[in-house]
Design a protein around this ligand. Structure first.
Ligand code: ADP
Ligand code: ZN
Length: 290
């Protein structure tokens, strides 16, 4: 029994095949170009496993249509990436793999699920996962089920207060100074003129970044009282941010909510960059066993 995983990110695609223990057998990665160039690479990777695959799960950048009864279920919808706008992702895969069932969710939901089954989320009832990278996205799970209503959450676009010393206007094309507009990787680069990965650890900007992420933690805490909040994505590779975020969050909370011990409450992913792929393998296994 093999399972397939597709992590469709805005920058790169990762495809993997794993076994029943969710161990990765083969994995490939390629740049996200347009569907006409990228999707044939996806298909050719899985073709050699076609007869052994029980199911494939896709964790995609979005927004995406997740409602099975909708005419555009399985589509990427209003993405700013024009070639992918209204692309029928699941339809394309089904045409190429007629017998294989597909699971379809957001990239960040998939990562949340990975941490839930094999990372820091294990044994917890309510798990929230954020990625802070090219964009900011969030996914929440209650007892292994994604929290969603008319659509999947878009937690990265929550409104935050501006830092008093921050003169950056924000770069979200929809809301300008929402969390993503203020704190995602491109907002850092636009504000300071260099990429986050090239910014020194003692640069004063990092306190501002922590100020914004702490508001995200505060809002999340007040809305869900989760057991754990996991922070992944490129920007969170700045390990020193963890302590700064803890400090800023404690200032906001003012001991109002008695949350779990802070070092165990606000954490980085145990699975690192593997969370999304492991999550997809787990979701593929889940639908195959239903
Ligand atoms: P994506 O969101 O495209 O899947 P990433 O999570 O790696 O990919 O996010 C990329 C963004 O994160 C870029 O804006 C990049 O500048 C920023 N970034 C990547 N690595 C780091 C780092 N070590 N420190 C700070 N920012 C980083
Ligand atoms: Zn926004």
């Amino acid at each position: 029994m093999l399972y397939g995983a597709i992590e469709a990110g805005g920058t790169k695609f990762v495809c993997a095949v794993g076994n029943a223990q969710l161990e990765v057998i083969e994995r490939v990665s390629f740049e996200t170009l347009n569907p006409g160039e990228t999707m044939p690479q996806v298909v050719s990777f899985f073709k050699k496993y076609e007869t052994e695959l029980s199911s494939i799960a896709v964790g995609s950048f979005g927004p995406i249509d997740i409602h099975p009864e909708s005419k555009t279920y399985g589509y990427i919808t209003s993405t700013p990436k024009i070639p992918w706008r209204n692309f029928d992702f699941i339809g394309y895969l089904k045409r190429n793999f007629e017998k294989i069932p597909f699971y379809w969710t957001t990239d960040v939901n998939a990562a949340a699920y990975g941490e839930y089954i094999a990372g820091h989320g294990q044994g917890h009832s309510l798990v929230v996962y954020y990625t802070v990278g090219t964009g900011i996205g969030g996914g929440a799970l209650q007892n292994g089920r994604f929290i969603e209503g008319f659509s999947h959450p878009e937690m990265g676009h929550m409104i935050v207060r501006n830092h008093p010393d921050d003169h950056f206007k924000g770069n979200c094309p929809y809301h300008q100074n929402c969390l993503e507009g203020m704190a995602a990787g491109p907002a850092i680069e636009k504000r300071i003129g260099i990429k986050g990965q090239d910014l020194k650890e003692d640069h004063p900007f990092w306190d501002m970044e922590a100020f914004y992420i702490a508001q995200c933690i505060h809002n999340t805490t007040m809305m869900f009282s989760p057991d754990i909040i996991i922070l992944g994505g490129g920007v969170m590779k700045q390990v020193h941010l963890q302590e700064k975020i803890h400090r800023e969050f404690s200032k906001l909370n003012q001991n109002y909510v008695a949350h779990p011990k802070i070092e165990e409450y606000i954490v980085f992913p145990k699975l690192g960059d593997q969370a999304g792929i492991i999550g997809c393998l787990g979701l593929a296994q889940k639908i195959a066993s239903n």
